[in-house]
Design a protein around this ligand. Structure first.
Ligand code: COA
Length: 149
């Protein structure tokens, strides 16, 4: 079941931080997530199984535009449609708030996520060359994707 959380408890933030550390090289820790959730413009949606968070989507809403800051599903629960359900719930919520455009940024080498976004009708509108600095000294482009709501 997908839920929008109004005030994340410490335990919920810890569960999200745990998935962050599993999936992202630039993972957000407890403090970073707590700071993010304390801002009124940011919203978090979670999918839970047996009261444990297995996926989440964090979005930021600014007037008629919103941005997906993160979407992630725990490795053991991927390919079960959870990200699709999360994004559907987020877009319903944004539609209710008359948001017109949804943006996100994704690493050019994150093929799985790009496939997923394209399937969800996002289009590439821009490329930021060399946006991500990698640990080996190389860089990776960022793609900016947009979906009209
Ligand atoms: C991208 C991500 C959120 C997708 O989550 P998910 O719950 O597995 O996605 P869904 O099950 O809802 O998949 C929906 C569709 O997306 C595509 N897709 C998702 N994962 C895929 C994969 N591993 N390989 C190919 N296509 C994939 C498929 O078309 C899939 O539909 P299908 O299963 O009917 O073929 C997940 O892989 C993830 O957490 N990745 C790591 C974090 C990340 O990179 N987040 C995005 C950047 S912020």
């Amino acid at each position: 079941m997908i839920t929008k959380i109004l005030n994340c408890s410490d335990s919920e933030i810890e569960q999200i931080a745990q998935i962050e550390s599993q999936l992202f090289t630039d993972s957000w820790d407890f403090q970073a997530l707590q700071d993010l959730f304390s801002q009124d413009c940011n919203y978090v949606f979670v999918v839970q199984q047996d009261k444990t968070i297995v996926g989440y989507c964090i979005c930021q809403m600014m007037f008629d535009t919103a941005e997906i800051l993160r979407i992630a599903v725990d490795k053991n629960h991927q390919r079960q449609g959870f990200a699709w359900q999360l994004l559907s719930k987020v877009t319903d919520f944004l539609n209710q708030h008359r948001v017109e455009k949804l943006l996100l940024e994704v690493r050019e080498d994150n093929v799985l996520a790009i496939n997923f976004y394209q399937k969800f009708w996002f289009n590439q509108i821009h490329i930021r060359k060399g946006y991500y600095a990698n640990q080996d000294g190389t860089t990776t482009n960022a793609l900016i994707l947009q979906k009209d709501l």
